[in-house]
Design a protein around this ligand. Structure first.
Ligand code: GLA
Length: 342
């Protein structure tokens, strides 16, 4: 059932929707940005705690540029020099990250109000992005279906169709804090990424095709490793990213990532049908936004695991392209399973 969350500065009503899992666990979503607003799951003492960052006030969702909780598109992550060529035509895009295009442009999918449709165990949000919006060709009809099952598994299914060949690469930009306490950092979390390599990027976080093995570097999360261990190291990619903000190339495993907080006992397992994941350690959060319960959203108080095609893929020969042809259906699924570590 929907409740009214607030009104945007232009007077549009934003709704909040809730899905229940087991042991009273629930996830809340907003039609603004088709966002995840809260993920409340039991900790090791059975007490429900919120493991997702978000805001109580819609004005913060409107003004934030951290994409907290949001569905990101039409193309997530970066496109170098804000331009790409498709079927022989070059398309200029809005440069909102230096000279590069980030997370859909000036007004991305994260800032749109989506049409909601509630089902028994799921909610579908739909948005129609018209031909030429943010410079992209083709009218794209995009849907996100969220399911939260009786095992506390959150499933995100993205689908899209277009009337002209276009790019489509959607992700969800939820920031997790598995301590269940956003006044703490995520540096104590133990992370495993089932990824033997990552895409090296330049100082503007743009990959150009180079693939680097993680072995012997602070990017190695192939065994459970504390996030804080190497986050301030002098390794060039870490300096460039101001912490972790890179695309890991996923091994072909069922679970692609596992994160755990000893404090709460909560563990999160991730699966995805996409080839990469951006592990971002909340390096640009600066305390200027006030989150839920009046807690400022401070540096590294949340981390993201964004399933994705590799950043800048459209401009890099050896990367799989996020192309959606007219008549085809874009489809990818990502899941986050919450449990108490045994
Ligand atoms: C992604 C990017 C980061 C940053 C955040 C939003 O994770 O890779 O560099 O832009 O989104 O602040």
């Amino acid at each position: 059932m929907a409740s009214i969350f607030g009104k945007t500065s232009s007077g549009e009503t934003v709704h909040c929707y809730r899905l229940y899992g087991k042991e009273n666990a629930y996830v809340e979503f907003l039609d603004y940005g088709a966002s995840i607003h809260a993920i409340c799951v039991p900790d090791k003492n059975g007490v429900l705690c919120d493991v997702a960052l978000g805001f109580s006030d819609i004005s913060y969702y409107e003004k934030q540029d951290c994409y907290i909780g949001a569905t990101v598109g039409r193309v997530c992550n970066r496109i170098e020099n804000s331009t790409f060529t498709l079927n022989g035509k070059t398309y200029p895009l809005y440069a909102n990250d230096g000279k590069n295009h980030l997370h859909g442009g000036k007004i991305g999918f994260d800032k749109k109000i989506w049409q909601a449709e509630e089902h028994d165990d799921s909610i579908t949000f739909t948005y129609v992005s018209v031909d030429g919006e943010e410079g992209y060709p083709g009218t794209l009809t995009v849907s996100v279906t969220y399911t939260f099952d009786k095992n506390n598994k959150l499933t995100i299914l993205h689908t899209a169709t277009t009337n002209k060949d276009t790019l489509c690469a959607l992700t969800n930009h939820c920031y997790f804090n598995l301590n269940g306490d956003s006044s703490t950092t995520i540096l104590n979390h133990i992370l495993t990424l089932y990824a033997d390599s990552f895409t090296s990027a330049d100082a503007e976080s743009i990959p150009h095709g180079e693939i680097v093995p993680v072995t012997g570097t602070p990017m190695d999360f192939t065994t459970p490793t504390q996030i804080g261990k190497g986050i301030d190291s002098d390794y060039e990619p870490i300096r460039f990213g101001k912490g972790y903000d890179h695309n890991w190339i996923l091994n072909n495993t069922d679970i692609v990532a596992r994160a755990y907080s000893e404090k709460s006992g909560i563990q999160m397992d991730m699966t995805t049908t996409l080839p990469g994941v951006q592990f971002y350690s909340g390096n640009f959060l600066d305390g200027s936004l006030i989150g839920k319960n009046n807690v400022p959203v401070t540096n590294r108080s949340g981390f993201c695991l964004e399933s994705q095609y590799f950043p800048n893929a459209i401009n890099v020969d050896n990367f799989e392209k996020p192309l959606l042809k007219a008549g085809d259906v874009y489809k990818h699924q990502t899941t986050y399973q919450f449990s108490i570590k045994k």
